[in-house]
Design a protein around this ligand. Structure first.
Ligand code: C2G
Length: 133
């Protein structure tokens, strides 16, 4: 019997329907979904701003979703290979804004890029809330 583990990564700050859909579609590609939630420090280097919700809060929110079996902190983008091996992942799933970026692990697992949900983003939500508050 196959037991496919799917792994995906993200900040998942100000959780929205685009996040939920990518997680649902990732979960459908296997039997178990493990999610690396990016550390606050990683976000500050990557996006030059701290997330609205702390990494502990984001881990708690993502971990509470029915399709998610386990969560862990993603400390750095370069450690993808270690995380894949550590969690025994067979498939890495990312939204297609990352297309091609993680092909370097395709020797140890399948790499799948899923289409992003249009017209919704954490940045857009933050701006919307700031302008309409
Ligand atoms: N996503 C999506 N549709 C949107 C917004 C996001 O499908 N409208 C997907 C992204 O493509 C990604 C996941 O939701 O697969 C998480 O998105 P972010 O929280 O923006 O994650 P990011 O900051 O890109 O971090 O190692 C990878 C990084 O940690 C990814």
């Amino acid at each position: 019997m196959s037991n496919r583990t799917v792994i995906t990564f993200g900040t998942f700050d100000v959780l929205h329907v685009g996040h939920v859909r990518v997680l649902q579609r990732a979960a459908e590609l296997g039997d178990r979904l493990v999610v690396g939630v990016s550390a606050d420090a990683l976000n500050i280097t990557k996006k030059n701003r701290a997330p609205v919700f702390t990494q502990d809060e984001r881990l708690e929110i993502v971990g509470a979703l029915r399709v998610v079996d386990a969560v862990f902190v993603e400390e750095s983008l370069e450690q993808k290979r270690d995380y894949i091996l550590e969690h025994g992942a067979d498939v890495l799933v990312m939204g297609d804004d990352w297309k091609g970026k993680f092909d370097f692990v395709s020797d140890i697992c399948e790499v799948v890029y899923l289409p992003r949900t249009p017209s919704v983003s954490t940045t857009g939500l933050i701006e919307h809330i700031a302008n309409n508050g």
